[in-house]
Design a binder for this molecule. Sequence first.
Ligand SMILES: Cc1ncc(COP(=O)(O)O)c(C=O)c1O
Length: 422
Amino acid sequence: MRYFQFKENELLCEDVPLPELVEEYGTPLYVYSRNQVIENYKSIDSAFGAMDHAVCYALKANSNLHILKLLAEEGAGADVVSAGELFLALKAGFTPEKIAFAGVGKREDEIEYALTQRVFSLNAESHQELQLISRVALRLNTTARVSLRINPDIDPQSHPYITTGLHSNKFGIDSAKAIDAFRYALSLPALEVIGLHTHIGSQITKTEPFIETARFVVQFLEKLRETGVRISHIDFGGGFGVQYSNAVRHEAIPVEDHGSTPTPSPAEFVGSFLPILQQTGCSVWLEPGRSIVADAGILVTKVLYTKENGSKKFVVTDAGMTDLLRPSLYNAHHQIVPLKIETYESEKVDVVGPICETGDFLARDRSLTKVKPNDGLAVLTAGAYGFVNTSHYNARPRPAEILVNGERVRVIRQRETFEDLV
Ligand SMILES: Cc1ncc(COP(=O)(O)O)c(C=O)c1O
């Protein structure tokens, strides 16, 4: 989180003090650092050196059009999982030759849209989907480039809701049946079978599951070649974990012991498996989402009230699960810090939102710098799977989004009004 730091006692995004943004734009407010997004993308892209590759940003992590445009301008590709995401990717300027269309449940109209837009690859996840893609391609009198998503049954050691490469997960084609699936795809008309796709999960904090998956891919491709099938493309998915604790430091802010083992950098992740995949001679695509945008964004909220129920202390904020779902959904940890340091005292509290759900919290049993009503708080590392998961539950308009570039500030999504609820 290089671009969110305390200067003296005030938290800044790049060169802009966050309390000033609160004055101007109110709360809850998403704030993003342009330079952090670009730096994160470049660190992954440059880890490939001269190798034939593409870094295809996974739109699901954050699909604000202005953030997408930044990445498209840098030459990134796009990983999309719906016709809506494909529409946004094209609107942002991503070239179709660098777009992969993934997803376990593509509808016929979505397949047709992807084919007419000439995306590089549809990543298919079942025999029935292959059949449907073939039928649609025939009807459109075109050829569909497809990759087969294989489920390698590898444990990414992350939260059960975001593991995707185990046989108990709905994703991909069972590795034991995958050779047959390739043969089947080759037997269908109007398909060009170009590649293999894997994506084993998200917020993976160790290199081992990636190394294991890369070894699986190499062995699988050898077997595939023995049966006479050759492919030229590997889409290795996303999943690089990011550091959610101790993202920002100040001597007044309690040091967190949650998940204190450092997470490898994106370049270290890529460096761990790339030499293995290089043996295949295939082009390699990645689909990172979180590692590009998570630490480039924060959610700013205001303290409404502080209260005590028995021995329990609560800080009630104006942002809740409708603005950032991850804590309620995954019990996910986000560091929370005041926008202005006014005391060195801290206390154990639950930081809760205004929604009528007990599961509406931003942090539980958290050592937080002491706060009072009207204080601003930053919920850190909220750039990925943050705004995209907002909702109108309890008839709450969605927050605004701001992009900071040095001293410049741009509203990249207006705060919703009551009319947007109708
Ligand atoms: C197919 C696919 N690719 C890429 C991603 C992006 O993952 P992450 O944001 O962890 O990099 C996901 C998300 O789970 C996904 O399902």
